[in-house]
Design a protein around this ligand. Sequence first.
Ligand code: ADP
Ligand code: K
Ligand code: ZN
Length: 436
Amino acid sequence: RHADRIWDPVNECMAREELEALQLARLRETIDRVSHSVPCYRNKFAKIGLGSKDLQTLEDLSLFPFTTKEDLRLNYPYGMFAVPLRQVVRIHSSSGTTGKPTVVGYTRNDLQTWTELAARFMTAAGVTEDDIVHVAFGYGLFTGAFGLHYGAERIGASVIPMSSGNTDKQIMIMQDYRSTALVCTPSYALTIADRMERLGVNPAELALRVGLFGAEPWSEEMRREIQNRLGLVATDNFGLSEVMGPGIAGECSFQCGMHLFEDHFIPEIIDPDTGEVLPPGSVGELVLTSLTKEAFPMVRYRTRDITCLDYSPCLCGRTHVRMCKTSGRSDDMLIIKGVNVFPTQIEEVLFQVEGCEPHYQLVVDRVGGMDTLEVQVEVNERIFFDEMKKQRAFVDHLEKRLASSLGVGARVKLVEPSSMPRYEGKAKRVIDRRQG
Ligand code: ADP
Ligand code: K
Ligand code: ZN
């Protein structure tokens, strides 16, 4: 494999010592700025008598309090902005996957930084000025589409601002305009692949060569599935609107975790129950601090995403830490009879069993005071529905595989091909009937 092109070698390949010095200086500035301009931070810091003077080393960041989604809700809509609105040139919000959306803002400089960072990870994924970038994220308050749109333009690629939905038209445009790079959620990539099959469109006849997928958790098995079915290299990128949007981390061609752009963000991994910072390599909740943002700086924001950080050197030459694929958010974690289960763990098992389609849903309920988990999955051959015995054996096999991998029993329900919902944005995998 040829070496990656690197968008910004000076900053992406900076020696760790130099990087940490830059982080510390920027961190002090950030703490100073928010202490002056954001009452929520000012009050929290004043309560424990902390200021930028207390930052002797980067480790001292752990003295500072966390910021949570709750803080953002309490200060809805503009209370966490660190500049007057007249300096804000763009407003976005989170998709509201887990409740009331939160509002974020950007100054001109913030947009420039965001564009640069999107160009970084898109270049690492292999996008160049020769690409035709097909953006099938929804344009709107959601940060995904605009983030990658401007990143691709900055690189000099030709951008098609498709937005999401109308899958048949997406496929027609891909055919006619010769789109080479596809931008969307991994679940929409699958929806597109399904639809192509249905329409009898052979992906090999398209020009697609790379996919830039993100905005939701997906397993390595899902990556293989998408790559096989669409005939492209599927890459992962990570971001969240509260901290900026896409462009916080992205994979290089070695696909061994997403480089997290440490000159602009400091990542920490904490124990989600105690809040304690965990040693390098531990799995826990990702906490992010922004270092350069003007309109909406974030100090120790609890992302609720569960992952780990790998500081070992990468073959690509970038020095920034790599963030592992997330297993999901702590809010998506199901606790079934006391056992923690992530939807992605179930996804991995389903992909390993011949006959399952990658379309599934989890139904959690409480029956007689006991939690129950039902895994509804599509099978790809109608024959199972005609032959009861085969169907029973298949279900038994799947239930055994799930029980041994999750450590807790789950009931499997097979459903007809094409009967599960198809997603155009983020997939909704869990139906929880326990509340209400
Ligand atoms: P919302 O929080 O309402 O979903 P966002 O659109 O800002 O709004 O989504 C950010 C969240 O999406 C992240 O916190 C994370 O849970 C998820 N996410 C984004 N990119 C990825 C990715 N590559 N892998 C796993 N999860 C991701
Ligand atoms: K171009
Ligand atoms: Zn790398």
